[in-house]
Structures are given as C-alpha cells and as structure tokens.
Ligand binder design. Sequence first.
Ligand code: F6R
Length: 617
Amino acid sequence: MCGIVGYIGPREAYPIVVEGLKRLEYRGYDSAGIALFDGTELKVAKTKGKVADLEDRASKEITRHGNVGIGHTRWATHGVPNDVNSHPHVSNSGELVIIHNGIIENYESLKQELITRGYSFQSDTDTEVLINLIEDVKKQENVKLGKAVQIALNQVIGAYAIAVFDKNKPEEVVVARLGSPLAIGIGENEDEFFIASDASPFIEYTKNAVYLEDEEMAVIRFHKGIKIRKIKDDSLVDTYVQELQINLEQIEKGGYDHFMLKEIHEQPKAITDTYRGRLLTNEAIIKMAGIEDNMKKFLNADRIIIVACGTSWHAGLVAEYIFENLARVPVEVEYASEFRYRNPVITEKDVLIAISQSGETADTLAAIKLAKSKGAFIFGVCNVVGSSIARESDAGAYTHAGPEIGVASTKAFTTQITVLTLIALRLARAKGTISSSDFRTHLLELEMIPKKVEKALQSDGLIQTISEVYKNASNFLYLGRGYNFPVALEGALKLKEISYIHAEGYPAAEMKHGPIALIDENMPIVVIATKKGHYEKVVSNIQEIKSRKGKIIGVVTEGDTQVKGLADHVIEVPETLELLSPLLTTIPLQLLSYHIAVMLDKNVDQPRNLAKSVTVE
Ligand code: F6R
C-alpha cells in the first residue's frame, strides 16, 4: 500500500517520477505528492486525490525541474487523506524530505519526545515524525544522513519502505525497507538510479534491479553507486543485481478501456503460461521443480495448511477441494490474518502453502514467518517474481500470469487455481491416489481450458444485457456448491469491490438456513449450476428461489435445458471436468461485475478505499 518512486541522475526527475506514480496508483490513490531538487531549491507539491490532480497542482505551484526527485501515492493509514497529510514530508529545518510506505507503530511516543525537544508537526502522519526523528539524530549525533536514518530506524517499531534526501547533499538518496517492498533500478554505467515499490516505474529505462531485503538500507550516490547495509548491525551486504522479466507492453492497457477487462481477456494466455513447461501431456507427466525437489516433504506431510487473503484465499478454498479429492491429503484453508494471531498448532510435518498475487501481503507474510519459526515447510504460490513471500518461502511455484494491475484480481485467481491443480495432480500421481488413465484425462482436459475460457468470454454481450437489467439492485446473492462454492464467494467479492453493491456468496444448500429470508422479487441471485457435481441439488435450490420470486441468473453447462426452463437468464460455459469448472464459471462472474461497475460509472481499476498490495495488517 502506498507507492513510492524516486530518481537521481542526469535526466529531469519530474516526468519519470510522475509517470512512475501513475503505474503505482494501484497501490493507493488517496493523495499524491512529489519533491524535487533543482540545484538550489527544494520544491514540494502535494494534494489529496490522484496523480492527475498532482500534475495539475504541480504545474501551478512549482517549476518542475530538478535531477533528484521523490514521489508518493498514498493509501491513508495515519491521518485522513488531505493535502497536509500527503507525502513527501519535510523536516522542521526544511532540509530533509521523505516518502514512506508503511506504518510506524510507536510514532506517538516518538512524537511526544520530539515535541519536548522543540519540534512541531503540521500533519497527523507517522511519516512526519520519522523525518524529524532522522533530523534530530543527525543533529544530535553529528552524523551523515545514512547513519542518521540507520540510528532512527533502530528506534522505530513498524513497517516501512522509505526514501530520504537532504537538500544540502542532493547527490545522495537513502532508502530502507522493513515489511514493504523496495526496488532500485540501476541505469547503464551506474550513472542514474531509480527507486520504486516495484519495478514497473522504471522498466523502460533499465532491466537491472536490486531488491532490498527486509532490514536493509542503501545509500545511493550519483556516479558512485549503491552501498547496502543491514540496518541493525551495520554489516555490508553484497549487491545482487537481477534482470527484470517484465516489459512495457505488459503494463499498458493494450486497447482495452480498463486493466481489469484486459486482464479478464488475458486469461487464456495467462493459464497457458502457467502450465507451459509443467504440463507435458505427450509424456503424461507434470514437472514442477519446486515439488520434485521437495517431494518427501509433501508426501510425509500430515496435512497441508493454505494461508492467503481475499481472492487468493478463495483460490485456496478451491484448492482444498482439489487436493483432498485427488491427493487424499487433509487441507486446512486459513485467513492469514486470523492464523497469525491465534496461536495455531503447527508442526515440522506441516506443509504450508501461501498464496499471494503480489507476494507482499503483510498478513500472509507474517503467517509464513510464524509457520517457519515452528519448523513447517513453506511453499509459495506467487505471481510477482522476487516478491517478499516468494523469497521468504522454502520453495514455490510462480503463477506466471504477468503483471496484474486492475485492483480487482481476475487472472491471478484462475492462474493460482491452475498451479494448485498441477500440484495436486502431481502429488496424486506420486501417492498413487489417481489412476494413470484418470491422470491423463485430467492433463488433457486442463490443456483444453484456455480454449474453453476463450469460449466463455464470448458471452460478453449477453452479460452486458443482464448487467443492464440488474445494475441498480442493492443486493446480490451468489450460490454454488462443491468446487463452485468458492467461486460464488469470489463472484460476490468482485461485485462488492468494484460496483459497491452489497453481495454475499453462500454454499447453495446453506441458503435455507438464513439467506432465503432475503429473497424477494428485487433480489438477483447468481447460481452456479454446472452439470455433474450436485447438479440436481442445485436445481432444487433454484426451485426454492423461484417460488420466492427471486431473479435467477444461472451459470450453466453448454446445452443445459433444465435450468434454462427455470432461470430468468442463463449464461453458458463449456463442459469440463467438475474439478476444473471453477476456471470457467468464474469468467462470467468477472464480466458481470465489470459491466455493472462500468454502467454505474465506477472507477473499475481503482475502486474506492482499496489498494492492490496490502502491506499493512
Ligand atoms: C480482490 C483482491 C484482494 C486480494 C488480497 C490478497 O480482488 O484483489 O482480495 O486478493 O488483497 O492479495 P494477494 O493475492 O496479493 O496476497
């Protein structure tokens, strides 16, 4: 949450920082700000609102020149989103300036101490406390900026990714991280440096990046390079430069109106990229290095614990059904935020799978650390390569979905399910819980899924018509059973987060234990009623809804006639194995929420109050 961008080098910093902030807006968009140094003057512009508002303000308030710049797009934690609370924050002397992503938990006591020493504060933020603490240390101890940042951070409890510079020494920017990501892009010949929460702001300038680890800081000096140290003990750390895998095209809209729509349509390719090189149908094998190298851990595990949040948690629920069915291993799926705080029983025989698109979700990361400390084996399923969760895991498998920029997760969900299905199938084969012919059938069918997703996407026009009918509903209910119960949860989440319509997902059979009371002629109910698995039972549920006059939108298997005769609308998806059906049934639900949100004129890619990467707990 919050995006930070910085530049130091021979170019004008303003366009690089502002364009970078636009790419990081998915991390938060409550307010935005920039600080530039042009050789004589420190200039700061900041405002409540989006980066576009910042551009407007900056054009009126500051000359936008300077070769050193830092910028911020905020997801508010301490202090309401307003101009004063926006970053960057400047120290009392006017010399030091900071941007910060994270939370300083002990800021109140630090603030009181600074007030007794004569400091005053304009904002309600923890960040303004931090920059004045750095200033105070710098003065009291008479040390350079890097040292002052290090001493100050050792007094801080919380999480941060920061960038700080001193207008008296603008050829140097100090950065540090604990719990929030920070990447440093290194220009050719080390003559320019980029700082960002992820690499997207600088990919057109360099493919070389260094990712700071937790508890590391770096002093970046124009023409002199980077020095990385451990914040706690001051020891030097080797600079490990990675080559970036993403390109500019992947993070642009490519002709679609929104990133979310682009990402929905990318799913056939994303799923193919996920199983490419892993699903070898000709040889009838699944090859995944992270599993092969750790097969014993998986085979000896008493159970698998899956931890995740939000959409990734829904993918974990689908995986629970798949793992238990195919590999006959007990699975528990946990909200990372609950798991980490409830003193769970974890043993060395547990395998913990952490699922996270961003790989940065604070609760999931903390859950991993907890399980690791108790000796569990940690397997990460992440999308963002090199992310904190990927690095903290003992082994893992990337989803290879490509960058997901729309705040509402779409292709991350289907690719997570794809990876988890591959793992379950591989384990089932190793355990002998699936016959070779069934195994082969599953591989062949999984290979067909991208084509079938393409077909499911063709219902777009019909879904627009249905969206038009129900766009003004105040509530929606989503029902599904078995593998499609988590899809119902996911469909409801998608609608809530981008259209702000209240929606609930329920196991279809649970409807009669409460939610049925909500049903009347104003209530649209999306029912996933694909053939196989409990079909007849779901049909009975549909009848129960119908007799209470609820409006039924059925998601059915191609050629279905029974539900068609009962429902107000049906959306068909191609037939597949029941276990793979979530990869298809989720597509119309994504499109439904997308079209309703667009018709209601909501900001689809940046829904209110949300952020793509939730690095606060
Ligand atoms: C919903 C959504 C969130 C995320 C959740 C976990 O569309 O995007 O619910 O799924 O914040 O994020 P990751 O997967 O990055 O850990």
